[in-house]
Design a binder for this molecule. Structure first.
Ligand code: NAI
Length: 401
């Protein structure tokens, strides 16, 4: 029987193609489905692929004995009850870094736009006003960019900015290898005091909440610019609006907000509307056709590696196991409650059947254990071993890959 996968919400076609190539059977639905619809449909599938609109609630996931994996074809996984999925032995795979380059390119575009006041000149020209002037317009070449958070996006911005002739400083709470000629600073204050552009690329945490507020704006150079395409909670918007009005900050490009509309139909309001040299965008830093395709490819690949070989690497709610592809023999996979003695019982069953274990891979988290066992024996013997392992009271899911 081929593995059946249900793909919802217009996932990029490259995902379907990749999964079909592996011989999986794919059903597509254009939109998101309701809890009731999914309740009826899910038992017929080994994997489901969703984007951000489908809610995979605890109620829905609970009891899904047949469902082996969830593909979140997006960045966030808030729409899925990850703990319940873990409890039922269902790994969730997403694509957190597929849009890194898209965000980095937008930040570079914004830096140049702010420095040349392109947004304001554009809006004026649309209104029929001719604002030809060099005043307050600068090249970015030779200026200093300060990057806060030197992770996937921050470090990409660093490489692109250096190629335009900017000096790059960065601040990160973790020690990071500088790329090119970028230099790490010892403190956020040191970065703020020395940068012409400050670009934020930190996650949303307790430490980053209002990380750039009045005190920090005062540390920034007069006439400098702020770019935030990270998370809305990182910047105190009221303080930013004040500093823009006073002219201390010469411009800002903001893509993320503390409160964002839930849909394109909802009205968007911020104190930054109408301020000079301010670029406002609706959280589109990572929204490109390329990123959508990369997400499709990346999550489909994770599902393939898991369903074919048992690789759980990159899953957001599961013990991480990286296993090589099977080279002959049979592969038994077992998800179990993380209690003492499980491995002993499992290996006891295998050895009582007179089967030789070629390789074994185990990883655990607080609640569950995940073990992959490669063995060589007659198919019927292995099937018998699998049935016995399945019937252990500690077993959550057991299958042969
Ligand atoms: P990442 O995890 O690769 O990098 C984050 C970096 O920030 C890490 O190096 C970490 O050590 C550092 N960091 C954490 N707390 C810090 C602190 N208090 N001070 C200084 N550094 C700190 O994340 P990635 O992929 O680079 O994403 C960065 C941000 O961009 C995230 O907030 C993410 O949600 C956001 N994002 C926004 C998108 C958009 O459409 N605007 C699209 C994709 C990501």
């Amino acid at each position: 029987m081929p593995i059946k996968i249900l793909l919802l919400e217009n996932i990029h076609p490259c995902a379907r193609e990749a999964l079909l190539e592996e011989g999986f059977q794919i059903d597509n639905e254009k939109g998101a489905l309701s809890e009731k619809q999914l309740m009826d449909l899910l038992p017929g599938y080994q994997a489901v692929g969703i984007r951000s609109k489908t809610q995979l609630t605890g109620k829905l996931i609970s009891g899904q004995k047949h469902l082996q994996a969830i593909g979140a074809f997006c960045i966030g996984t808030n729409q899925i009850d990850l703990a319940e999925a873990n409890k039922w032995g269902i790994p969730v795979f997403n694509a957190p870094y597929s849009n890194t380059r898209s965000v980095a390119e937008m930040v570079i575009a914004e830096m140049i736009s702010l420095s040349r006041q392109l947004g304001d000149a554009n809006m004026a020209a649309h209104r029929g006003e001719w604002l030809k002037s060099a005043k307050g317009s600068f090249e970015v070449r030779g200026k200093t960019l300060g990057i806060v958070g030197y992770g996937h996006i921050g470090s990409q911005v660093s490489v692109l900015a250096e190629s335009l002739g900017l000096r790059v400083l960065y601040f990160d709470i973790v020690k990071k290898l500088p790329l090119g000629n970028a230099r790490g600073t010892d403190s956020l204050d040191e970065l703020l005091a020395n940068a012409d552009f400050v670009s934020l690329h930190v996650p949303e945490t307790q430490l980053t909440k209002n990380m750039i507020a009045l005190k920090q704006f005062e540390k920034m150079r007069k006439g400098s610019f702020l770019i935030n395409a990270s998370r809305g909670t990182v910047v105190d918007i009221e303080a930013l609006a004040g500093k823009l009005r006073s002219g201390h900050i010469a411009g800002a490009a903001i893509d993320v907000f503390p409160l964002e509309p839930q849909s394109n139909e909802e009205k968007f309001l911020t104190e930054l509307q109408g301020l000079k040299n301010v670029i406002l965008t609706p959280h589109i830093g990572g929204s490109t056709e390329e990123a959508q395709e990369a997400i499709g490819r990346e999550v489909a690949q994770s599902l393939i590696w898991f369903l074919k070989f048992g690789v759980t690497l990159g899953s957001v709610n599961f013990p991480q196991v990286n296993v090589p592809p099977k080279t002959g023999g049979q592969r038994l996979i077992n998800v179990h409650k993380n209690v003492p003695g499980v491995l002993g019982q499992l290996n006891g069953i295998v050895s009582n059947a007179g089967v030789n274990i070629k390789a074994q891979y185990l990883s655990t988290d607080q609640h569950i254990g995940y073990v992959v066992v490669d063995m060589e024996a007659e198919d019927s013997t292995v099937a018998n071993v699998s049935e016995q392992v399945k019937s252990l009271p500690t077993s959550i899911k057991t299958w042969l890959a």
